[in-house]
Write a protein that binds this ligand. Structure first.
Ligand code: HH2
Length: 279
């Protein structure tokens, strides 16, 4: 089974097969879990549970990027993040910070972040510079447009080739800025129709160019609702597990999910059976 590792300013993350990144949204308005972790105590408890359930790391976000959202100011993001991040660092919990703002990323690294998760894929060169200065890896996600309008009319010629090329360009920008390790992510639901998401998941292996790590995040999204007919985001974990098992079989090194326990269990079962088939 593939062994992966990532060198971060706080230590080395190592795993076999597909690892799970647990989602921790400290937002009032995220599409599936907004408002659940309104206090720092509740957020820290949730992070501890994600880790106990088998997450490799926790992804902490303070700005909802759901379709139609207008974004948050840096002050708002920092006011939500800082009371939580220092406590996660003190507990030794590995965490990424999900932000598109260099000043927020800078403060998060000072508070102990292990890596950056940028849904803007380093459109802002200042973010690459912050990561390089801290010796931190970054998740570079593909997004067409901006959250406020990205689902109005997403348009591609060949979605797989275009997303692959844009991720390659983002990874090249990262390396040129001095960021040594990047994880690429096709950005399921970010400026993509249902058909675009299906095409990307059906051709995951074509997205990777230079041996980068690959992350897939479809957890509870509208895409899962469309695949399964489930209208309520919080009830979409079974469909999310199925999609992420497919992603794992097709090369995803990390999956970003809400229900960590279900994913860890399902991935373990799948790995054991695939290994038995190859004996
Ligand atoms: N999806 C969301 C947020 N951040 N980061 C990466 N790398 N990949 C993703 O697919 C991704 C992401 C959206 O999901 P969520 O955090 O659950 O919701 P919201 O943006 O409403 O907070």
């Amino acid at each position: 089974m593939k062994q992966s590792e990532l060198t971060t300013p706080r230590g080395v993350l190592r795993w076999r097969g597909t690892a799970v990144m647990g989602i921790l949204n400290v937002t009032p308005d995220s599409f599936s879990d907004g408002g659940r972790h309104a206090t720092a105590d509740a957020a820290v408890r949730a992070a501890v549970t994600l880790l106990q359930d088998g997450a490799l790391l926790v992804d902490v976000g303070a700005e909802s990027t759901r379709p139609g959202s207008e974004g948050s100011s840096a002050e708002t993001e920092l006011a939500r993040l800082l009371p939580v991040l220092g406590r996660l660092a003190a507990l030794g919990i590995p965490f990424s910070v999900d932000t598109r703002k260099p000043e927020v990323a800078e403060a998060a690294f000072r508070a102990g972040a292990w890596l950056l998760n940028d849904v803007g894929g380093f459109r802002d060169p200042a973010l690459a510079e912050v990561c390089a200065r801290h010796g931190a890896p970054a998740v570079l996600m593909h997004m067409q447009g901006e959250p406020a309008t990205m689902q109005d009319n997403p348009t591609y010629g060949d979605v797989v080739r275009e997303v692959a090329a844009e991720l390659r360009a983002a990874a090249d920008r990262a390396r040129a800025a001095g960021v040594k390790e990047v994880i690429i992510d096709p950005g399921i639901g970010f400026g993509k129709t249902f058909h675009h998401n299906v095409q990307l998941l059906a051709h995951l292996e074509e997205l990777r160019s230079d041996g980068e790590l690959l992350l897939v995040g479809a957890s509870r999204k509208g895409f899962i609702g469309r695949l399964t007919g489930e209208r309520h985001a919080a009830r979409r974990d079974p469909g999310s597990v199925a999609v992420h098992l497919h992603a794992a079989r097709n090369g995803a090194d990390l999956v970003r999910v809400h229900d960590v326990r279900a994913h860890v269990q399902a991935l373990a079962a799948q790995t054991a059976l695939l290994e038995a088939m190859n004996e």
